[in-house]
Design a protein around this ligand. Structure first.
Ligand code: ZN
Length: 292
């Protein structure tokens, strides 16, 4: 297992971690500058942040600063209710792929969607099996588009508390079953993003990480599970502040052949988003050395 205790070469910052600092929301160009100034070499930006900063300008800044991406957030949300919504989902995912290519991302991360309409508060139906079949169909379609662009797709299973509104793929086994069905050869074009926050509780986790292997392990996201957790979405903890045994988990992904970044992804409305962004980044570096 790689020694992270003395350097942060393999630290990546998911830019949502410092997107909403109180009093002074940090735009993406400022986040990129602040990361580079600290010797942070990798980032994972979100599409809305890139859109606000401009795609071309972001690509140029990333290059000028010598940064690389650990992933691009995000595509997916594949479920639909009619032909028009299916088409708009496809158009949007095609754009996400093109953006990922422009930014030279190693993969497009997919949050696959739950019951259509649920995220906006009005689920169109209760048929999660239908939602899952639409997800399979959507990824199968996107995979063809992704292959022509040589942009790998990383399915991110989300904790089951998000099954209704964000992602009806909730375990690594489920995600890998889909990978095996759609890409049986393990071509490298389809894999998974393992986010500790979403999968740490899974009794099959170690075995499924081993099953994934290096060709399917495209991203590794870290933060911590706080006890108590007070918000389903925006109360993620800093590494070391919660109950996830992150070094053990990283040991599993590295034993399976993963040699990429540990990407810090913290949504924290009441704590980390209330602090100065520089303090948050410094803390990420320190905890990455000590608690990942
Ligand atoms: Zn994640």
């Amino acid at each position: 297992m790689r020694d992270f205790s003395t350097d942060h070469r393999w630290l990546s910052i998911n830019t949502a971690t410092v997107r909403r600092q109180r009093g002074e929301p940090w735009p993406l160009p400022k986040i990129l500058d602040a990361c580079a100034a600290r010797g942070i070499r990798a980032v994972a930006p979100w599409r809305d942040q890139v859109a606000a900063a401009g795609l071309g300008a972001t690509a140029a800044q990333v290059k000028a600063l010598g940064l690389e991406l650990s992933g691009y957030c995000r595509g997916g949300m594949f479920t639909y209710t009619d032909d028009a919504s299916r088409q708009s989902v496809r158009d949007d995912n095609r754009r996400a792929l093109d953006e990922a290519c422009t930014l030279n991302a190693p993969c497009l991360v997919l949050v696959v969607g739950g019951l259509p309409g649920a995220l906006a508060g009005t689920p169109a139906h209760r048929d999660i099996a239908l939602a899952r079949s639409q997800v399979g169909e959507g990824i199968a379609w996107l995979l063809e588009e992704a292959r022509t662009r040589r942009m790998p797709l990383a399915i991110e299973p989300l904790h089951p508390m998000y099954a209704a509104d964000r992602a009806c793929i909730n375990t690594l086994a489920q995600a890998l079953d889909l990978c095996d069905a759609l890409d049986p050869a393990g071509s490298g074009s389809l894999g998974v993003a393992v986010d500790a926050y979403h999968v740490w509780w899974d009794p099959q986790l170690e075995a499924q990480i081993a099953r994934a292997g290096a060709r399917r392990l495209l991203a590794f996201h870290v933060c911590d599970w706080l006890v108590p957790t007070t918000d389903l979405l925006e109360d993620r903890g800093m590494m070391g502040d919660g109950v996830i045994d992150l070094p053990r988990l990283r040991g599993w992904v590295e034993a399976a052949g993963y040699a990429g970044c540990s990407e810090v992804e913290i949504f924290s409305r009441a704590n980390w988003w209330q602090r100065d962004g520089g303090e948050v980044l410094d803390t990420c570096i320190e905890r990455h050395r000590r608690s990942v």
